[in-house]
Design a protein around this ligand. Structure first.
Ligand code: AAT
Length: 286
C-alpha cells in the first residue's frame, strides 16, 4: 500500500479497493463499536471511515443522501413522520428535513462517537443532527424498533455494511420489525449494497423485503467513492397503491434549486429503478 494513501480493503469486495490520498488524519479512535476515523483527503474533501470502510466523502455524499431520502419520501402521498436508523453523520437527516411535508424526524444511531465527530469535523452533514425537526436517540436500531409500533410513514435505514454492528439490519426479522413500526401505507428504504460486488446479498435483502411487503423494488445511485462506484436501496411499501418507479410528489426545478438538490429529480427517481439485464434477472429470482 502506498504511503500517504488510504485504501478501502475488505472481504466484502475481495481483490479490489478504492484509494484516497490523505492530507491529514483529523481524528482516529476506537469507539465501543468500531474504529472511527476522519480524514482530510487531497481530492474528495473530508471523509468519514468506520472499521476501514468509507461512509462518505465531502465531494460526493450528496448523491447517496439525497437518493436514500427522496426515493421513499416522494413515493409516499403524505410523509409526515420519518424514522432514520443509523446515519450518524447527519447527512440523511439534513436531506429529509428539506421535504416540506415532513413534520417530525426521529433518528436512532448506535455510536455516539460518530455523532460527536460528525458535528465537530463534518459540519456540512452534522448540521442535519441539530435540525429542529430532528429528535436524536443513541441506541441499536433493531432494539429501538421493538419499542415502536404504527408510528412512522417512512423508515430509512442508512446503515453501514453487514459486518459489525449493522449485521442485524439486513435480516428478515429486521424488515418485520420495520413493518410493525409503520403507519398504514408506510414505506421502508434500506441501504442494500452494490450489485457489482454483492449481487447475492442484494438479492437476499430484496427477498426479505418481498416476503413481508406487497410492493418491493431495488433502486440504484452512483457514488464514486463507494465500492464499485454504485450502491442501491431496497424499498418496500405496505400499500399496493405504492409504485416506486413513478414519483407521487414532483418538485419543480426552482423548488429543487431552493432545496439545494444536486442529484435527485423526478426523472432521476424513475431512472433509479431501470436496471441492467444481469441485475434484473438476478432480482427476479428474489
Ligand atoms: N450516511 C452514509 C453513511 C453511512 S453511516 C452508517 C451508520 O450506521 C454509522 O454511523 C453506524 O454507526 C450506524 N449503525 C451501524 N449499526 C447500527 C445499528 N445496529 N443501529 C443504529 N445505527 C447503526 C452508511 C455507509 C454505507 C457504506 C457503503 N459501503
Amino acid at each position: 500500500i502506498k504511503p500517504g494513501w488510504f485504501s478501502e480493503i475488505n472481504d466484502l469486495w475481495p481483490g479490489v479497493s478504492l484509494s484516497l490520498e490523505v492530507v491529514k488524519i483529523l481524528h482516529r479512535e476506537r469507539s465501543q463499536y468500531q474504529d472511527v476515523m476522519v480524514l482530510d483527503t487531497k481530492s474528495h474533501g473530508r471523509a468519514l471511515i468506520l472499521d476501514g470502510i468509507i461512509q462518505c466523502t465531502e465531494n460526493d455524499e450528496f448523491s447517496y443522501q439525497e437518493m436514500i431520502a427522496f426515493l421513499p419520501l416522494c413515493s409516499h402521498p403524505n410523509p409526515k413522520t420519518v424514522l432514520i436508523v443509523g446515519g450518524g453523520d447527519g447527512g440523511v437527516a439534513r436531506e429529509v428535513a428539506k421535504h416540506p411535508q415532513v413534520e417530525k424526524i426521529v433518528q436512532v444511531e448506535i455510536d455516539p462517537k460518530v455523532l460527536e465527530v460528525s458535528k465537530k469535523y463534518l459540519s456540512y452533514m452534522g448540521v442535519g443532527l441539530d435540525h429542529p425537526k430532528v429528535t436524536l436517540n443513541v441506541g441499536d436500531g433493531f432494539q429501538f424498533l421493538k419499542q415502536h409500533t404504527g408510528e412512522f410513514d417512512i423508515i430509512i435505514t442508512d446503515s453501514s455494511d453487514p459486518v459489525g454492528p449493522a449485521e442485524c439490519l439486513f435480516q428478515e426479522s429486521y424488515f418485520n420489525l420495520m413493518k410493525s413500526a409503520l403507519k398504514p401505507g408506510g414505506i421502508v428504504c434500506s441501504q442494500a449494497g452494490t450489485a457489482w460486488a454483492n449481487l447475492d446479498h442484494v438479492t437476499q435483502t430484496l427477498q426479505h423485503c418481498k416476503a413481508l411487503f406487497p410492493v418491493a423494488s431495488y433502486g440504484v445511485v452512483s457514488v464514486p467513492t463507494y465500492p464499485t462506484g454504485q450502491i442501491g436501496f431496497v424499498l418496500g411499501g405496505l400499500s399496493t397503491e405504492t409504485n416506486f418507479k413513478e414519483p407521487k410528489k414532483v418538485f419543480s426545478n426552482s423548488e429543487l434549486d431552493q432545496m439545494n438538490m444536486k442529484y435527485y429529480d423526478h426523472d432521476v427517481h424513475r431512472a433509479a429503478f431501470i436496471l441492467p439485464r444481469f441485475i434484473t434477472k438476478a432480482l427476479n429470482k428474489a
